[in-house]
Design a protein around this ligand. Structure first.
Ligand code: ADP
Length: 394
């Protein structure tokens, strides 16, 4: 028996789950929020529904990680650091180098750091946390699990942008996608739930959370995905614009008197999407609850963009057997799921209103005669990370 920790480090947050492996039992989990700010929030859940919370200033990731370990010992979650034999780190950008999860050695870590150009907010923080783990738990195997790996099976016809080829040749300017671990997990689960070999299935996975992406999974492989060079592209998201015409950037910059393109991209990343359209919130629940016309329109636009991606992926795969909903909105948004599928029944899918009236559990929500199966599958990126650590450790 051994314990594996799955870590998801962002620039100002760190989420983790500790598993007893190989039985995949979650023995503790936690979040550190507001790293680098005052009044950081530190939470651990463990045992039989027990919780530990504190608010203190956590200035950097090193302190966050050492605090997690200190508290795990104090709360008797582990007896000593040696019990943790594996650490799986979610890494946002793996570029073209990492086609699957990788054991971290000096070379891999240097590559992850070099890929910061593709994910400036994430990769540096993730690399930092890997180094901290190497120091604090030298006996543990460190594994990187990339958001992009699952999408490295995309063919050039889907990952290339129609821009001068030299930009791809010189700078690897192409589509990489994201949320790969989630798409991989739910596609596998969908095949299991349908009792079919994934190799025989065409699946469209809709990861609809604060960030959202749609993936076409043909025979178990991602062949196209809605996010692009970065997670900014694709469908309308909580605060991200999704696809837009690039010519809008210089036009809006001139009108708004912006001189730094980074400020414009910031607006597209942080002030657009549901938030920008509704003027109310980036949170789907608040948008749904609002009576404002703009909030209603935001909701319609959100559903519309997802429908259009589903339609285009049915075309790309020349068919579809199953459509999967996952992540915060996909798992809980009963109306969103119904609206999306009700608008595309021509493709042979129909939602069973009663079956769809559930939240957060694995269930087929299409009618018995629906040609295309529609499934709700809660995602579990952490267990996927722990599994990859286990596979590479042995
Ligand atoms: P993140 O990308 O931050 O991990 P999540 O997957 O947690 O995001 O999804 C967050 C989104 O899920 C929010 O927009 C939230 O409003 C939405 N959500 C959560 N519960 C519900 C619900 N009951 N109905 C509709 N949307 C919901």
């Amino acid at each position: 028996m051994s314990k594996t920790i799955a870590i998801n480090a962002g620039s100002s947050s760190l989420k983790w789950q500790l598993f007893e492996m190989p039985q995949e039992e979650v023995i503790a989990s936690g979040i550190v929020e507001r790293i680098g700010l005052n009044d950081s929030i530190f939470t651990i859940k463990y045992g039989e529904g027990e919780k530990f919370n504190e608010t203190l200033d956590i200035n950097d990731h090193e302190f966050a990680v050492s605090r997690i370990f200190e508290k795990m010992i104090e709360l008797n979650i582990i007896g000593s650091f040696d019990e943790i034999t594996g650490a799986g780190h979610r890494v946002v950008a793996g570029g073209e180098d990492f086609k699957e999860s990788a054991l971290i050695d000096d070379e891999a870590l240097a590559k992850i750091e070099a890929l910061a150009e593709f994910a400036p907010l994430h990769n540096p923080a993730e690399a930092k946390v890997i180094r901290i783990f190497q120091k604090l738990v030298p006996g543990a195997v460190n594994v990187a699990v990339f958001d992009t790996s699952f999408h490295t099976t995309m063919p050039a016809v889907n990952y290339l942008y129609s821009i001068p080829m030299e930009y791809y040749d010189k700078y690897q300017a192409r589509k990489y996608g994201a949320h790969g671990t989630s798409h991989r997990y739910v596609a596998d689960r969908a095949a299991d739930m349908l009792g079919k070999d994934i190799k025989d299935l065409k699946i469209i996975t809709c990861h609809l959370g604060n960030g959202a992406s749609i993936t076409a999974v043909d025979g178990g492989k991602s062949i196209d995905t809605s996010m692009g060079f970065t997670p900014l592209a694709g469908v309308t998201m909580g605060t991200r614009a999704g696809d837009i015409d690039a010519s809008l950037l210089p036009y809006l910059m001139e009108k708004e008197g912006l001189t730094d393109i980074k400020d414009m991209v910031d607006i597209l990343n942080k002030k657009s999407g549901l938030l920008g359209l509704s003027g109310i919130s980036s949170d789907m629940r608040e948008v749904e609850e609002s009576d404002s016309e703009n909030a209603k329109l935001a909701l319609e636009i959100f559903n519309n963009r997802v429908q259009k991606y589903i339609g285009s992926y049915i075309a790309a795969m020349n068919g579809v057997d199953a459509i999967v909903f996952t992540a915060g909105i996909g798992e809980n948004g009963v109306e969103v799921r119904e609206e999306i599928i009700n608008g595309i029944t021509w493709f042979g899918c129909e939602v069973d209103k009663e079956k769809n009236n559930v939240r957060g559990k694995e269930v087929v929500i299409s009618t018995d005669d629906s040609k295309v199966k529609v499934l709700l599958i809660p995602t579990d990126e952490e267990v996927m990370i722990a599994r990859d650590v286990e596979a590479l450790k042995n």
